[in-house]
Structure formats: structure tokens, C-alpha cells
Design a protein around this ligand. Sequence first.
Ligand code: PMP
Length: 368
Amino acid sequence: TMPIIYNFSAGPAVLPESVLRQAQSEMFDYNGTGFSVMTMSHRSDVFMSILYHAEQDLRQLMNIPNNYKVLFLQGGASAQFNMVVMNLANGFKRVDSVVTGNWSRIAHNQMGKLSDTKIHLAAHGGELYDYTDLPDPSTWDVSPDSAFVHYVINETVHGLQYRDVPKPFANQLPPMVCDMSSEILSRPINVADFGLIYAGAQKNIGPSGATIVIIREDLLDRCSDRIPDVWNYKSHVERQGMYNTPATYPIYISGLVFRWLQSQGGVASMQTINALKAKKLYEAIDGSGGFYTNKVAARARSQMNVVFHAPTPELDKLFAQESTTRGLRLLKGYKTMGGMRASIYNAMPLQGVEALIDFMGEFQKRYG
Ligand code: PMP
């Protein structure tokens, strides 16, 4: 018999089964319209309603204040590395950038392109800790005159997460610009602590193709008319997210995931279960007598992406192979990291984590 499949992919990642089943049942006929969401005009009343409700449900889930605009853009989180600079750094000499792992390092290197604004390195977790811990926000070298401070709250590759949300400059300049791709909706966050939040959908929300941007209204004044409209937050906001064709189907699926989250009790419930899943998995690693290892400082361990190694690269490889045949999928670590990475986003049930822990024990018995 086929084992139950648990998908530990870092993204595109697991989606709630009920969401996929609903999408399947509506594939050919959405809500009596006689056709698929995929084939509808983005300007049809039906799709406008899908977009409207997706936004309202996201606002409800994240408790987004009224002075924030919500956009569903394209281009992934990577496009935001540049959009935030193009739009928010006009007239500023400096952007402060915190490097804590793979994605903030890439962001740091990309942000300076096509821009005269200096991208100032405010902290470097690689130099300080070899990416096994996170620089305390009180040590970030940030100037009040900077356009904004950019950081990545959960580093998907290194398995690092600011468990205490950095917000040393709330209600003052410079605003915080945060990449929440791999943790958005996993726990309550105070949106008002941020100037701008962005996240690719394909980890904790839906399929790839939609990028969530939540931007404080007053920052739209910084968006110059010289920025091409397709890269301009203000032009997207002024056209209610319909400047050009949005990623209609990913937005529809994201909307279904928002409803699912509401049915589960929202982000507060997610936080409880996510904390439990992560605690169990880290306990299994730490309790293995050194067979499995994770070097990340306790305060910085990600509750979303759990990186671990077996004693040798050969055993890592074997672990990845054998776990696959047991229905535990996509555990192979990121190319530069080796080992394993278990991504345990909202849609990963506790049973999936328990199945992984059982397998880890068995594997250790066989090869330990
Ligand atoms: N930031 C983070 C934290 C990520 O995990 C990723 C994707 N793994 C990216 C940015 C890049 O996202 P995208 O592929 O949507 O451009």
C-alpha cells in the first residue's frame, strides 16, 4: 500500500488537502459560472470578488490596520529586493541592510543594482556567527536618516528565525521593510511595526506566482512617477491591484488557504501548533546523543525550516533516499547546506512531524 505522503518541501510547499480538494471540485465550474477561475477575465465580477475576499480575509488574519494597502504582485520575493529600493529610497542616501543568511545576503547584493542609494551593511550574521545565530537588533548599525531597514525574519536556507520580532525603530524613521516569505501567517505579528512587509506565496500561503505586499500608506508618497508603472507600488494601489493582469489562479488558491486558516482558528492557533511541531523536532535532534545535529543557537532556531545533519554525508544521502520511500518527501537539504531540511509550514500536520521523528529514530537504530 502507498504510504501517506508528507511533503517537507521548502517551497513551493505543502498545501492543506481540503484546499486542493476544493480547487479540484471547482476546476471546471467555479461557483456555478460554468468555467474555471483559471480562464476568467481578471476584470470579471467573479474574479474581482475573489480578489476582494482574499484581501479582506488576509486583513482579518493579520489584523492589518486601515492605513496599510495590500497588493498581490508578481515577480516573487526576489522582485521585491529591487522594488523596495526603487520605490522607497528616492531622495535618500542610504538603505540599511541586515544580512543574516542566504536570502538577506542575496537581497543585500541585489538592492544596490540600478540605484545610487548606498546599501549599508547594518549587521552580518555570517561574519559574526557563521549563520548559526542572529545579530541582536540592538547591535544593528542603523541611521535615522536611512530610507528603511531591510531584514529577513526567517532565513529559509539556514533555518534561522528572529523569534522576538526586531522592531527597535517602531513609529520612527526609518521604517522596517521585512521579507516574511517563509513565515508569514505562522504567528501573530504587529503589522504596525513595519513600513512594508512582503512575501512570496509559495511557502506558507499558496502556489508560486503571487507575492503579497503590505505597505503603509504614507510610504506611497515616496513612489516617484518616473518608476515604470509595473514596478511602482503607487500605480498598483491606484488601480486596486489591477494595473495589469494579476496571478489570478494563485490568488484564488491563496484565498482558499486564508479561509482554511480562519477555520483552524487563525494565526494564534497556528503559532501554538507550529511551536509544538518545532519543539518536538528539535528535541528529537538534540536527544539523539549527537547522531543528528543542528548548530543553530536556541534563540534563533526557526520554527518553519529545521535543518539537521546525520553523522556523515553518506548517511545524509541515505537518509534522504530511505525517507522518500517511507513517504517523507523532499527532505534533502539546500544545495549549499547539505544534510536535511524539514520545512514544517502551517499546512504540515503534527502527524507529519511525528512520522519524521519515528523514522529518525529507526534510521539511527539501523546506522547509529
Ligand atoms: N526570501 C526568502 C526568505 C525565501 O525563502 C525565498 C525563496 N526561497 C526568496 C526570498 C525568493 O523568493 P522567490 O523565489 O519568490 O523570488
